[in-house]
Design a binder for this molecule. Structure first.
Ligand SMILES: NC(=O)c1ccc[n+]([C@@H]2O[C@H](COP(=O)([O-])OP(=O)(O)OC[C@H]3O[C@@H](n4cnc5c(N)ncnc54)[C@H](O)[C@@H]3O)[C@@H](O)[C@H]2O)c1
Length: 369
């Protein structure tokens, strides 16, 4: 860290999300983007020109060696999350890595271990972890406003094929579920492919399923449903239905308690003014009773873009040595929850303990003859 306390940041991956990171950091005191890397020179140059950063590289190892950095932001596709994260951690540089954390749990283990060995902070950019609606809902649960938590229901944004959704968006949803359920202990899941049980022949690469989507490894299926068990007997459920249109208002988590419910819609805050609703009674009732839901005021939460909150909290974690929100360990649990869907399905929907015993991707193992 420079004498002024400013964190010097290097970015790996200057595409859509990478540029969002630079834009966010440039509006934040305490951070300075000093190095850019993209395997496509044109992408690094475009970002460098647009944001005024002159140190540009096509090889992240070279950037890590040439530029003095405190924090590396990894915004490549998941296939390229492990290598720059581990390379940075081994040089004692803190890392904020995009979701999903890695292609499989063996990679995630390596990333967590590299950070632990070097004593650096590793965060996974599941920014809804600090979404104002999530934080307010956590506070309301702690105050007993919905009684004892019984069930946490994850809700997807949709807009991509289900197989891709499990890995791409599923870890965001799993992370929001864990904000209320805690540590997941088991999963039982079923994956359908075109209306029948998915088989080994349905396993494919994410880019084969959706050539324009992110390069996130093995996927399968057109629909999936999963049940989870968390600590303290809290149940969880999530489904992937493969809706073609993106439905941002659906995206979030429901928390059902003995005396009421909470509904967070992570992406709704911008348009609605609040993204948290409270039903002060336990059961959902008929759709005509929807007006029973009350919008919850978030103004005591310090409402700001969760990406900004992630950076503020990362900076605090670096200074204090505490874990950041959505730490590498939490990001790995989110990946366990999603890859556990495939492992349970592979074993005919059996209830599978988490963490998974086998760290290889369940679908990679299944597809091998
Ligand atoms: N947290 C969020 O809200 C959010 C939103 C969108 C995307 N994402 C995640 O961000 C990541 C990037 O997504 P995107 O939409 O920006 O993709 P993108 O295709 O727009 O950008 C990826 C960039 O990485 C570069 N790249 C690929 N391999 C590289 C390597 N080895 N070294 C350096 N650069 C390399 C590519 O050339 C490209 O410019 C994905 O993991 C995605 O899931 C997160």
């Amino acid at each position: 860290m420079s004498g002024s306390g400013v964190l010097r940041v290097g970015l790996v991956g200057c595409g859509g999300m990478g540029r969002t990171h630079i834009r966010t950091l440039q509006g934040l005191r305490g951070f300075k983007v000093v190095g850019l890397c993209d395997i496509a020179q044109a992408a690094a140059d475009r970002a460098g020109q647009d944001f005024g950063v002159s140190a540009r590289f096509t090889d992240f190892e070279k950037m890590l060696d040439a530029v003095e950095l405190d924090l590396v932001v990894v915004a490549t596709h998941p296939r390229w999350h492990r290598a720059p994260t581990v390379a940075a951690a081994r040089r004692r540089i803190h890392v904020l890595c995009e979701k999903p954390m890695a292609l499989d749990l063996a990679e995630a283990d390596e990333m967590v271990e590299a950070a632990r060995e070097s004593g650096v902070r590793l965060a996974i950019h599941q920014q809804n972890h600090v979404n104002p609606g999530i934080r307010k809902a956590q506070a309301m649960v702690a105050e007993g406003r919905i009684g004892e938590v019984l069930l946490v229901r994850g809700r997807n944004k949709a807009g991509r094929r289900s197989g891709n959704e499990v890995v791409e968006m599923g870890t965001h949803v799993a992370d929001m579920m864990m904000c209320f359920g805690g540590i997941p202990r088991w999963v039982a899941a079923t994956v359908l492919s075109e209306g029948r049980f998915g088989t080994r022949a349905d396993v494919m690469d994410a880019l084969e399923m959706s050539p324009k989507d992110h390069d996130s490894g093995w996927v399968m299926g057109t629909r999936a449903v999963a049940a989870y068990g968390f600590d303290r007997g809290i149940l969880g459920e999530v489904h992937f239905l493969g809706y073609a249109q993106m439905m941002r208002p659906n995206y979030g988590v429901d928390v059902l308690g003995t005396e009421g419910q909470l509904a967070v819609r992570a992406a709704a805050g911008v348009v609605e003014g609040s993204n948290l609703w409270h039903l002060p009674r336990p059961m959902e009732g008929t759709p005509s009773q929807a007006s029973d839901w009350r919008s919850v005021d978030l103004s005591d939460m310090g409402v700001e873009n969760p990406i900004v909150t992630m950076y503020r909290r990362m900076s605090e974690a670096i200074k204090s040595g505490n874990e950041p929100p959505s730490s590498g360990i939490e990001g790995r649990w989110a990946l366990e929850m999603m890859l556990g869907i495939y492992e349970s399905h592979r074993q005919d929907g059996r209830r599978i303990p988490l963490p998974l015993a086998d760290r290889q991707h369940p679908l990679e193992r299944w597809r091998q003859p």
